[in-house]
Design a protein around this ligand. Structure first.
Ligand SMILES: [Zn+2]
Ligand SMILES: [Zn+2]
Length: 143
């Protein structure tokens, strides 16, 4: 995702409405690598702007997705849509206990998928998810 100022400029160039509420959402996303859900973002946003509507969060996220600045990602653990600010090809680690979803560092990636053209598919996205327990969850005993 681009910087907050660049996103503001991009929205203006596209004729999309730019408001302080939207700028706040950009700011919250800018340094967020946690793959938040819309609800999580909404809860963070209303701590700063209590009058911000849930609708504003959803519409801003939808516009960022359609501009290619965010991607939607779903896990089969909870089916909720999470937003990824890293729009490049990358892979994920998912904790099956606390559901933390983190990007797998590039140097850890040895996954190589050879061309799938012979299968007749047009590939839209490449993403592998590794499931396990995060370091914190391994240290806390089961409740
Ligand atoms: Zn965990
Ligand atoms: Zn990611």
């Amino acid at each position: 995702m681009r910087s907050v100022d660049e996103l503001v400029q991009l929205f203006r160039n596209k004729g999309l409405r730019m408001t302080p509420q939207r700028r706040l959402i950009f700011t919250l996303l800018a340094d967020d690598t946690s793959h938040p859900t819309a609800d999580e973002l909404y809860r963070r946003a209303i701590e700063i702007m209590p009058d911000l509507s849930r609708m504003t969060v959803y519409s801003t996220l939808a516009e960022l997705v359609s501009l290619g600045e965010l991607t939607e990602t779903e896990t089969d653990l909870d089916r909720s849509v999470r937003y990824d600010t890293n729009v490049g090809i990358h892979h994920h680690l998912l904790c099956v206990r606390c559901r933390a979803l983190v990007d797998l560092p590039d140097e850890k990636v040895g996954v190589s998928i050879s061309t799938t053209e012979d299968l007749g598919y047009q590939i839209l996205r490449q993403q592998v998810t590794l499931y396990g327990y995060c370091p914190r969850c391994q240290q806390t005993p089961d409740v």
